[in-house]
Design a protein around this ligand. Sequence first.
Ligand code: ADP
Ligand code: MG
Length: 356
Amino acid sequence: MTSIDSPLDKTTAVPRPRSSGDHEGHLLEVRDLHVEFHTRDGVAKAVNGVNYSVDAGETLAVLGESGSGKSVTAQAVMGILDMPPGRIPQGQIFFRGQDMLTMSAEERRKIRGRKIAMIFQDALSSLNPVLSVGYQLGEMFRVHQGLSKKDAKAKAIELMDRVKIPAAKARVGDYPHQFSGGMRQRIMIAMALALEPDLIIADEPTTALDVTVQAQVMDLLAELQREYNMGLILITHDLGVVADVADKIAVMYAGRIVETAPVHELYKRPAHPYARGLLDSIPRLDQKGQELYAIKGLPPNLLKIPAGCAFNPRCPKADDICRTEIPALAPVTEQDGTELPGRGSACHFWKETIHG
Ligand SMILES: Nc1ncnc2c1ncn2[C@@H]1O[C@H](COP(=O)(O)OP(=O)(O)O)[C@@H](O)[C@H]1O
Ligand SMILES: [Mg+2]
């Protein structure tokens, strides 16, 4: 039996362990990552052994309700975690095979911001309100590539064109508040693209936007990702937004990955009751008029994660074992045992869930 407090907890270690140098050539690989926050009320265990990888040209969607540790994981990758109160007691973050948690600050700086860029939900608070967008875009080229003011401005216009901002040349001197929310998010994408990174982490990039604008911005991101052959990590609480653009999906709950799957397979046949619940709570065109399902209860308090499977208090399938043993993220197979590549479920009852 495993306990969530055990530092040797191997419950999420599906494709592991491998020798530490073996990263299988992934662009990014997060391995057994743990993040905790030391607060006045106790230790909040925000990330509890996350494993995921992304390759060039691949899109990984990270899905889960608010508070499941999606952003904290990304912040650890990006090196922008609040430390303290945050702490990484365990784990590795390989970028092209090198662990960013153990490399020198100098080496890390070369990667973060240049090779890995991040896009946030709220462009208004990420952009400087008193500088024109052209200036802010141009700054990337002036600071990092030493371009002249004039050349940097030309580059800024080019980037604005790339992200399909109409009349880029005329608008390069405009300020952030003069753009719509969707256009501002395009400017954030342009900023992220400026140095042609290998990986973009987009944390709820369209959450603040109207539904139609969401789809446009998401399509643009997907298009640019293909064109530049970048890796993309798309963080979202909304499965509907990522279904068309992601290759694979990792579902997080209480700081753990509870299901991994190629995105369309998760849609067709979820293997974890939590993923099933998320799916059933999306409005569908073919089920008009039907009442929408909502997962009962709330995500756990991270200061006091339930014993066993953290989802058990909300799970319709929960049994005794679920209240005592943390389920490992186990490979998911067909009924006859045929492997389903890329699929894993951290549910004691995954078989019933997918095949039942
Ligand atoms: N700076 C912080 N200080 C204390 N706790 C934090 C901090 N940032 C995040 N947390 C904790 O980590 C949990 C997970 O946060 P987060 O990764 O942002 O969730 P989400 O999945 O919504 O992105 C939060 O619910 C909170 O308990
Ligand atoms: Mg978040």
